[in-house]
Design a protein around this ligand. Sequence first.
Ligand SMILES: [Zn+2]
Length: 143
Amino acid sequence: MHELSLIVAITEMITCDAALRGITRVTQVEIEVGELSGAFPYALKEAFPLATRNTIMENASLIVVDVPGIARCLSCAHLFFIGIHGWQCPNCARTAYFIESGTELAIRSYEGEDKSPQGLGIQALSHVREGTVNHDEGKATIP
Ligand SMILES: [Zn+2]
C-alpha cells in the first residue's frame, strides 16, 4: 500500500514541525492531493489512522483537498482539464502542453494544541505550505 508510506512520511514531517513549534497534540490535518499525483484519496484516508496511531496525531481528522489535473497547451495557451479531455488540447488538438496543477501531494496546514506547562493552552494553527512529499521514496522534506 503505497499510500501508507506517504501518510507515514506526512506524519513524520508534521511531528517534526510540531515539535519545533511546541505543539503537543495535532487535531486536524489538511492535505492537497493532485489528480495526477498517483495517490488515491480514499487510500490515504484509510491509512491515516494506522500511520498516526501512538503519535501526537492520533485521532486527528484528515481533510483531503482534491486538486484537478490542469494543463496549458503550448500551441494555443488554452487551459484544459487533463482528466476530462485526455492528453490532447480540446481547442487545437495538439498534444504538447505544460501541466499547471494536479501532480502535487502537499500538506496545506495542520492544527494542534500546546498543552505544555509553558504554553497558553490555546489552539495553534500552523501552515506548512511548501511541505512536499517525494512520491518515489515516500520521504518527507521541509525546505
Ligand atoms: Zn491548443
